[in-house]
Design a protein around this ligand. Structure first.
Ligand code: UD1
Ligand code: CA
Length: 458
């Protein structure tokens, strides 16, 4: 049997109070819709259809890389039933239709799979959950234990509002039946919308049983309508990720003070201090330590390397046993070899730094190839930009650059060269020699400091 997953993503999300379509709102750095698509992908569904509408071109653009999506436009947002109906012409009658909501991102694929296995292919099934606060959700109506319908918050009587079993939005139904019932929907309700949830009533009226499948975890199926729920979902997702890391043996100073907005892979005995943000794809080797208030984005950190607090690491590769920070910045294209030291207030960009080299204080190293065992003194700057083009600096192995040096690129410092402090180097420096560029110091004898004039105040 072929499964068509239909994801509803056309709504504006008024309650978000945002110009951004709801399904593009970021959860742990990814749009909400991404999670629902990932869930569908893990299920290996044959057909994944996304119903889009409000500011739809933005939504399509964001997922243009995913060629497997069947996009269906819902021009006007007339309700969830209307939305699903737009996807029906392209869904063969013999398929099993599975509806997911684009604003229910925490649903796990194994829960969905359990639900679909539990409901037979010919059955109509709804995924439900008991919640502490059912406000805003559609309530499940049962008679003698069997699900006979759903009622939306806006239509519910006071008694129905007290029902705590709610509709998660996940529904499965043979496409053939769904088409028929969707065709019969009316919008005679408070909102004037075609509610998908009304199809359950149709099924019951025809004597077709509805299977309700209740999940335990209410967090997994929470719907996100506003920023408050978005923030709650963010914390729930971060808690889930922190728990996974702890399970894998990572030491977290505080699981509640770590944010992973991407994919973090850790070796053995990694320690992560508080307020660390991980973005994109990050790889931490064995025994890596990440200091407090550090951001690491799309980077690879070698075994035993220590990143001290308040550092910002992006698009960088660090070897083993390096010490980076505190307050260091590695920008994209930084490749530091083993045993390198990058100290406080040092910025490295698009540069390679060889084994055992040190840039310890207040320096800028950009567009440079730095050899091994190089020592770069405090306040050294590679002047890589002439206002129009970027130029390269080459520093040979074992060179010693004194403090406060300007290296005006393109320039090459030979192996083992020494550059005197305060030099502005714009020509290549010979290997093994001392090069110094600065005016001779002089003392002006008998010079007097100016003194402040006396002003008479009357
Ligand atoms: C919906 C359900 C409710 C359920 C809750 C679960 C209906 C009528 N109500 O309510 O029973 O408890 O979700 O979270 O289904 N959408 C469209 N086109 C439209 C309207 C909505 O694509 O015309 C999409 C939205 O983008 C969203 C999803 O459908 O992804 C749900 O719509 P929303 O307005 O958030 O419904 P709820 O009020 O949360
Ligand atoms: Ca919703």
């Amino acid at each position: 049997m072929t499964t068509s997953i239909i994801i509803l993503a056309a709504g504006q999300g008024k309650r978000m109070n945002s110009a951004m379509p709801k399904v593009l709102q970021p959860l742990a750095g990814q749009p909400l819709l991404q999670y629902v698509l990932d869930c569908a992908t893990r299920l290996a569904a044959d057909d994944v259809c996304v119903v889009y509408g409000h500011r739809g071109s933005k939504v399509r653009e964001r997922f243009s890389g995913n060629r497997a999506i069947r996009w269906v436009l819902q021009d006007q947002q007339l309700g969830t039933g209307h939305a699903v109906n737009q996807a029906m012409p392209g869904t063969p009658n013999e398929n099993r239709a599975v509806v997911l909501y684009g604003d229910v991102p925490l649903l796990q694929s194994n829960t969905l799979k359990m639900f679909l296995d539990h409901c037979g292919a010919e059955e109509i099934g709804v995924l439900t959950v008991d919640v502490d606060n059912p406000h805003g959700y559609g309530r499940i109506i049962r008679e003698n234990g069997a699900v006979v319908g759903m009622v939306e918050e806006s239509e519910a009587t006071e008694a129905q509002k007290r029902i705590t079993e709610i509709n998660t939005g996940v529904l499965c139904c043979p496409a053939r039946n769904l088409k028929k019932w969707l065709g019969e929907l009316t919008n005679n309700n408070t909102k004037g919308e075609y509610y998908l949830t009304d199809v359950l009533g149709s099924a019951t009226q025809e004597g077709i049983p509805v299977r309700g499948f209740k999940v335990d975890n209410q967090v997994e199926v929470m719907g996100i309508n506003d920023k408050k729920q978005l923030a709650e979902a963010e914390r729930a997702l971060q808690a889930r990720r922190a728990e996974e890391l702890l399970g894998a043996g990572v030491t977290l100073a505080d699981p509640a003070r770590l944010d992973i907005r991407g994919e973090l892979t850790c070796g053995k005995d990694v320690f992560i201090d508080i307020n660390v943000i991980v973005e994109g794809k990050v790889l931490l080797g064995d025994n890596v330590r990440v200091g407090a208030n550090t951001v690491v984005r799309n980077s690879e950190i070698g075994d035993g390397t220590v990143i001290r607090s308040n550092s910002h690491i992006e698009g960088a590769v660090a070897g083993a046993r390096c010490i980076v920070g505190p307050f260091a910045r590695l920008r994209p294209g930084s490749e530091i070899a083993d045993d390198v030291r990058i100290g406080n207030f040092v910025e490295v960009k698009k540069s390679t730094i060889g084994e055992g080299s040190k840039v310890n204080h207040l320096s800028y190293v950009g567009d440079a190839s730095v050899g091994s065992k190089v020592n770069i003194g405090a306040g050294t700057i590679t002047c890589n930009y002439d206002g129009a083009n970027k130029h390269h600096t080459i520093i040979g192995d074992g060179a010693f650059i004194g403090s406060g040096v300007e290296l005006v690129a393109p320039v090459k410092i030979g192996e083992g060269a020494t550059i005197g402090a305060g030099s502005s180097i714009s020509k290549d420096a010979e290997p093994g020699q001392l090069t110094v560029e600065r005016t001779r110091q002089k003392t002006v004898q008998g010079w007097n400091r100016p003194v402040k004039k006396e002003i008479n105040v009357r």
